[in-house]
Design a protein around this ligand. Structure first.
Ligand code: NAP
Length: 312
């Protein structure tokens, strides 16, 4: 069997085209576009790439998107002051604080900063108010990656209700909200993490397997029930030739990419899983683009709600 490819890129583009006229209508009605403020603290190559993609997509659809940078030496107080300014800004409807914050800011800094975001501008769904509302199945803003995955499963007509979903990873931004969203759609959900014994065995029970780990190729064929839908959230930059060779057979085009660039972007799911899964998201081109489209959608909804407009 060769898994059906779940094309997140195509769905992401469709979602962007769907909201484009709504963004234009908002701009015409209110004399300003919906606005997103992105906070980036310090220098982190991955974050730079994520932020650049978000800014590019936002500009392309007609949003105002401002990158608010702070140096790596910025303190927690500096970051909180910036969030406070964006909370009070009339032109910013959504606020996104790019993770991770510099380690020097101290343990718990990320939580303090997320806690400070006004819930009505929390387009990443990370404030305690929005997380609480999600638990009760009445959230306004839900973390963008898991909500994008639900859109993809629905668009691809992959049944969720009554199926067994296994989520590997329990982060606040992916694993936990993913599990809740699947639960709310009547899946039977198992959450796994680094202390889960017999991980492969547990995963093999899944009809829907979501890998949000951050370990290149950890999910091998041994983790996958034949025909399962496998969603690969991981984004891992491989620079070690030995690791690249465990992932791609000689002659594989991605191995050529690795050899010419010195690195290759891979997911948490080993490419051999395509031989057993029924459906699989690629990396890149799977979950990543959906995350950005959901962010745009959430920002538009935040703008409409703040303007007292009926939210579409
Ligand atoms: P995270 O906060 O580091 O969480 C990783 C989770 O994986 C933790 O719950 C951890 O367990 C678990 N884990 C680690 N090693 C494991 C192992 N050997 N076996 C089982 N579980 C293990 O990461 P995250 O923010 O959720 O992100 C996960 C991945 O998704 C990363 O590669 C990230 O870059 C990617 N990501 C992609 C997108 C996108 O748009 N495509 C968005 C967000 C994140 P413990 O809790 O026990 O430590």
């Amino acid at each position: 069997m060769t898994a059906r490819v779940l094309d997140g890129q195509a769905l992401a583009r469709k979602m962007q085209e769907e909201i484009r006229p709504e963004v234009a209508a908002f701009t015409a009605q209110h004399g300003r576009p919906p606005g997103l403020g992105i906070v980036l603290v310090g220098e982190n190559l991955g974050s730079e790439i994520y932020v650049r993609n978000k800014l590019k997509t936002a500009a392309d659809i007609g949003f105002r998107a401002d990158l608010e940078r702070l140096p790596a030496t910025a303190t927690l107080a500096d970051t909180l002051a910036l969030v406070d300014r964006l909370n009070r800004s009339a032109v910013h409807d959504g606020i996104l604080v790019q993770s991770p914050l510099p380690k020097a800011m101290g343990a718990g800094a990320g939580q303090r900063v997320f806690d400070a975001i006004a819930p009505e501008k929390d387009v990443d769904g990370l404030t305690p108010v929005n997380v609480g509302l999600l638990v009760q199945k009445r959230a306004a803003f839900i973390a963008c990656t898991p909500s994008g995955i639900i859109e993809l499963l629905q668009c691809e007509r992959i049944q969720i209700a009554g199926r067994h979903a296994v989520v590997i990873g329990r982060s606040d931004i992916v694993g936990k909200p993913m599990a809740l969203l699947l639960l709310h759609r009547d899946a039977t959900v198992t959450i796994c993490h680094s202390k889960t014994p017999s991980l492969a065995e547990v995963c093999r029970q899944a009809d829907i397997l979501v890998a949000a780990i951050g370990r290149a190729g950890l999910v091998t064929k041994a983790f996958v029930k034949p025909g399962a839908a496998v969603i690969d959230v991981g984004m891992n930059k491989v620079t070690d030739p030995a690791v690249a060779q465990t992932l791609f057979a000689e002659g594989h085009p991605r191995l050529d990419v690795f050899r010419s660039k010195g690195s290759v972007l891979v997911g948490d799911v080993h490419p051999e899983v395509a031989e057993v899964a029924g459906a699989l998201t690629p990396v890149p081109g799977g979950v990543g683009p959906l995350t950005i489209s959901m962010l745009m959608k959430n920002t538009l909804r935040a703008a409409q709600a703040r303007a007292g407009q009926a939210v579409g």
